[in-house]
Design a protein around this ligand. Structure first.
Ligand code: SF4
Ligand code: SF4
Length: 318
């Protein structure tokens, strides 16, 4: 018997208002081919499920400590401390030695407060559609729908296509938030079932793109043109990162490329870089990449918006 297709999802967020039109449910697929220097979702990068530990939920070794005995690899031991702000008592926390951990996830089974949890859950098509359908009244009232994001949702292209087809059958608006870094054979089949592509143009300079994301941009730019030619619609996103891609010249080059896509582009979204995502790196106990950039000023964002508008583009700032 053929095994039922499943998708590996690391989060589902309702009431999203920045991932396409109206109120949306955003489904985050696990696994990504890029390693953006500003990544705020490190849990999206690797495809295998991963152990996360949320310090604020851990009640400590004195009150609990169950994970230490549950770990067959001896990877968990007493770690740092946290001061309880209500009475100034100290809570002895745990630490995970990632070099010993083999991701058996036994520790998550005994952690009642869910401080230790698995990031990456398998969903069948039915399970995911049941979750998406729950928010349908909000989509209908707001002109919203569902957005498939990641990670890179095309990493699991077969499952994505199945869900897109089912959404179309049920009259649910679909947006696919993709890096565009995928074989055309994976992108082409989803175009008829995707109402909107959320598509990053991070830089038209391939060397800079590789420096910022780990991959060159030729495939991404080529796919954007092919999607436009095939009738796809875009919300183009430009993350604005000072000292890297925020210059007049860089934005002009991105704008010129976007203009080439013609009527396929419904809106250009400028996303100001921010550096607030380090807590998610801490949960994975991995070091965040260092990007020597400060968030752009409002003045700079408005100036780049105006620049693109003068090129005839409809522009919003996130
Ligand atoms: S089982 Fe969970 S709450 Fe208990 S000590 Fe371990 S991480 Fe903390
Ligand atoms: S996932 Fe398994 S090996 Fe890793 S810390 Fe938890 S119990 Fe130990």
């Amino acid at each position: 018997m053929k095994k039922e297709l499943t998708g590996r999802i690391f989060d589902i967020q309702g009431f999203s208002v920045h991932d396409g039109p109206g109120i949306r449910t955003t489904v985050f697929f696990k696994g990504c081919p890029l390693r953006c220097a500003w990544c705020h979702s490190p849990e999206s990068q690797e495809f295998p499920p991963e152990l996360n530990w949320m310090e604020m939920k851990c009640i400590g070794t004195k009150a609990c400590g169950k994970c230490i005995n549950a770990c067959p690899k001896g990877a968990i031991s007493p770690g740092g401390t946290r001061t309880n702000p209500l009475d100034d008592t100290s809570v002895q926390l745990v630490k995970v030695d990632r070099s010993l951990c083999d991701s058996c996830f036994e520790c998550t089974k005994v952690c009642s407060p869910k401080a230790l949890y698995i990031c990456g859950t398998e969903y069948t098509g039915d399970e995911l559609m049941d979750r998406i359908r729950k928010d349908k009244p909000f989509y209908d009232r707001s002109g919203g729908g569902v957005t498939f994001s990641g990670g890179e949702c095309l990493w699991q292209a077969e499952f994505l296509l199945e869900i897109l087809i089912r959404c179309r059958r049920e009259g649910i608006h679909t947006a696919v938030d993709t890096t565009g870094y995928a074989k055309w054979e994976l992108i082409e089949p989803i175009i008829p079932y995707t109402d909107l592509f959320l598509y990053d143009i991070k830089s038209t300079d391939s060397d800079l793109h590789r420096k910022l994301t780990g991959v060159p941009n030729e495939l991404i730019l080529e796919n954007a043109k092919k999607i436009a030619a095939a009738g796809g619609k875009f919300q183009i996103r430009i993350p604005v990162i000072p000292l890297f891609n925020d210059s007049v010249k860089s934005i002009a080059a991105s704008g010129a490329f976007i203009k080439e896509l013609g009527d396929a582009v419904e809106v250009v979204q400028l996303l100001p870089y921010h550096n607030l995502g380090t807590v998610k790196w801490e949960r994975l106990q991995r070091n965040a990449p260092v990007l020597e950039a400060a968030p752009p000023s409002d003045e700079l964002m408005q100036a780049r918006k105006k620049q693109l508008e003068e090129m005839g583009l409809h522009v919003i700032i996130h």
